[in-house]
Design a protein around this ligand. Structure first.
Ligand code: HEM
Length: 201
């Protein structure tokens, strides 16, 4: 049984807000607030990086690395949305849940701003309490590595943005964001980007 709907992976050629998000972090947030005369990004810098955190959250909403989480098996009869799941393997489609228009405005649009404080989804988090956003699962068998994973993601992303000038190939507004189907999500078309060291930051 597949919980959370069976929306098909679609060829998402809409560049939507990716370039904007990328450029915003690079030019508006990172240099100004992370430089501080120090060469490296530290965890202290990240305390204040609301936009960067929102970008990671929005990425996990649209592209949960484990789109079907871990399979579960019911130990007794249980009715879920009209299905009987006695001794059945149940998959939770976190990918579809993250794009469900019943839960998200402009569900397919990449819009990190939605997660900024005071905005519509500012209080939603991925720690397993808000069931519309469960890239790490939820409950007793939810991912125990959330804090470590998020800290590593923030640190690496902030560092590579701070240390390099990034440029996308000339794809205009059509960066192909299609995904491959699989246990772990990944890009169908590899991302080609140039990174020029930026030593002055
Ligand atoms: C972005 C990074 C990560 C994502 C998206 C992720 C996602 C997940 C998901 C979806 C599950 C299954 C949860 C469920 O079915 O309810 C899981 C389980 C698990 N994760 Fe992660 N994870 C990440 C990083 C990590 C890291 C860094 C660690 C360890 C340091 C870790 C350790 C585990 C373990 C041990 C489980 C099994 C928990 C259990 O079955 O009781 N994960 N993770």
């Amino acid at each position: 049984m597949l919980m959370g709907g069976t929306r098909e992976l679609r060829k998402d050629t809409v560049r939507s807000g990716y370039a904007y998000a990328f450029e915003s972090i690079m030019s508006a947030y990172i240099p100004a607030s992370l430089s501080n005369g120090r060469p490296n990004v530290t965890e202290d810098d990240l305390e204040r990086k609301d936009y960067l955190k929102a970008v990671i959250k929005e990425t996990l909403r649209l592209y949960p690395p484990s789109p079907l989480l871990s399979p579960r098996e019911s130990t007794q009869d249980v009715k879920i949305k009209g299905y009987i799941a006695a001794a059945r393997m149940v998959f939770t489609n976190a990918w579809a849940i993250g794009r469900d228009p019943a839960s998200w405005e402009e569900a397919d649009k990449f819009c990190p701003e939605r997660f900024l404080e005071n905005n519509a989804y500012g209080s939603i988090d991925f720690k397993g309490h808000d069931f519309q956003l469960i890239p790490f699962g939820a409950g007793r068998r939810g991912c125990p590595g959330i804090s470590f994973a998020i800290a590593a993601n923030e640190l690496v992303l902030a560092t590579v943005l701070k240390r390099f000038d990034w440029a996308l190939p000339n794809t205009g507004e059509n960066l192909d964001m299609s995904e491959c189907v699989g246990l772990a999500i990944h890009r169908k078309v590899p991302l080609v980007a140039t990174a020029t060291p930026h030593n002055s930051r």
